[in-house]
Design a protein around this ligand. Structure first.
Ligand code: GLY
Length: 383
């Protein structure tokens, strides 16, 4: 599947990953990192930077560190990674007790931790946690609108009717719950959300809205919001990547062809908008200056492109694989493989309008690892 020059590059990257994660995992073993401060991982389990209930231990990215440990365990066979993954999984139990901080991102939190653990070890406590999370996610389904509610009310107001494209990556928790229990309700909810989002989020050109606001009483789209992108009607690149990979995940779990066609449509838009240099901006429709970039969007999109390449014919496969490899190679050149930073990727951006840009974000490292293991053919598929 890979050309000779790419095979050598891939071996080198995996060597560098293995060396770096060996010491980083030890150094951060009792933390749940999100970003770095002066090169050292922060700890969302111990610290709540905003004071909001959805931050701190309930922060939506808190599953990725555990997921990185499971990927590394699968790659290296080192038992220590399993132990470190279990530490963060147990820390997340506090979220169930607090409950008020939880949101639709329970998929991001418990798929790479508890579902991964259960798939590998059959640990009954992990199964219980994952089913608990799946029930919380299913409980956010709005019957009239056919969508899963994203967030709880924000400072700026009522979000009862809000759904976001990112939720496509939470749906695999519901697919897993149906596969695990034999109860079709979870899968029905996931597919209904995916169907609603195909119409409401995906534009004719293959770009996607970040936030769609539905009428929470009667259903139907009320308006769309620019969310973490530049503005309403723009094209937040991580949102494009969530849509691309998310529809591919729904296809993998259901084999519904419309989901594959949607993933392909979003991917064609993504690839057509890639600049020659291959660096991905925060928003494909942002102004030329400042040149805000987001390597996390690049690596998430790469994961989706590689999955598409696995199910299409030989001729098409090259297009998707070449795009994925280009994204990953460009990101690799900007990684920090030294001891100066606990993080690998250094140029993530949480959203267009935040003050800080071009800093490490944990899911950048997670999806970079997932993508290179996919290319090697050794991905522990956690979704
Ligand atoms: N799911 C929120 C984000 O991608 O920033």
């Amino acid at each position: 599947m890979l050309q000779t020059k790419d095979q050598q590059w891939l071996r080198d990257v995996i060597d560098r990953l293995t060396v770096k994660m060996d010491w980083v995992s030890e150094k951060s073993r009792h933390k749940i990192p999100y970003t770095t401060v002066d090169g050292t991982h922060d700890d969302r389990a111990a610290h709540n930077p905003s004071g909001d209930v959805a931050d701190g231990i309930n922060w939506w990215t808190n599953g990725f560190w555990g997921g990185m440990m499971w990927l590394m365990h699968h790659e290296t066979g080192r038992e220590e990674y399993k132990t470190i993954a279990a530490i963060s999984e147990e820390m997340l139990d506090r979220c169930f007790e607090e409950f008020y901080g939880l949101h639709h991102d329970v998929g991001f939190m418990w798929l790479p931790t508890s579902v991964a653990n259960y798939r590998v070890t059959k640990n009954p406590a992990s199964r219980r946690r994952a089913l608990h999370a799946a029930n919380l996610l299913a409980g956010r389904f709005n019957l009239a609108g056919g969508f899963i509610r994203a967030w709880n009310d924000l400072e700026e107001g009522d979000t009862r009717g809000w759904a976001i494209i990112d939720c496509m990556l939470n749906l695999p928790l519901l697919y897993w719950a149906s596969e695990e229990t034999g109860d079709a309700r979870f899968k029905q909810i996931a597919m209904k959300h995916a169907d609603t989002a195909m119409d409401a989020f995906v534009r004719p050109d293959g770009s996607v809205h970040h936030i769609v606001e539905f009428d929470p009483e009667y259903g139907g789209v009320v308006r769309t919001h620019g969310g973490q992108g530049y503005e309403e009607g723009s094209s937040w690149t991580r949102g494009q990547a969530w849509g691309l990979y998310g529809y591919m995940m729904s296809f993998i779990h259901t084999r519904k062809d419309e989901y594959l066609q949607t993933a392909k449509r979003i991917s064609h838009y993504f690839v057509a908008n890639m600049a020659e240099h291959g660096v991905i901006p925060v928003d494909f429709r942002q102004p030329a200056e400042p040149r805000l970039e987001d390597d996390t969007a690049a690596v998430i999109a790469a994961c989706g492109l590689i999955e598409i390449a696995k199910v299409v014919g030989e001729y098409e496969q090259r297009l998707y694989l070449d795009a994925a490899i280009k994204l990953l190679r460009v990101v690799d050149e900007r990684c920090d493989w030294s001891h100066a930073s606990d993080a690998i990727l250094q140029r993530g951006s949480a959203s267009y309008h935040t003050k800080a840009h071009h800093h490490p974000i944990i899911y950048g490292d997670y999806y970079f690892m997932e993508a290179v293991f996919k290319l090697k053919g050794n991905d522990l598929y956690l979704w």
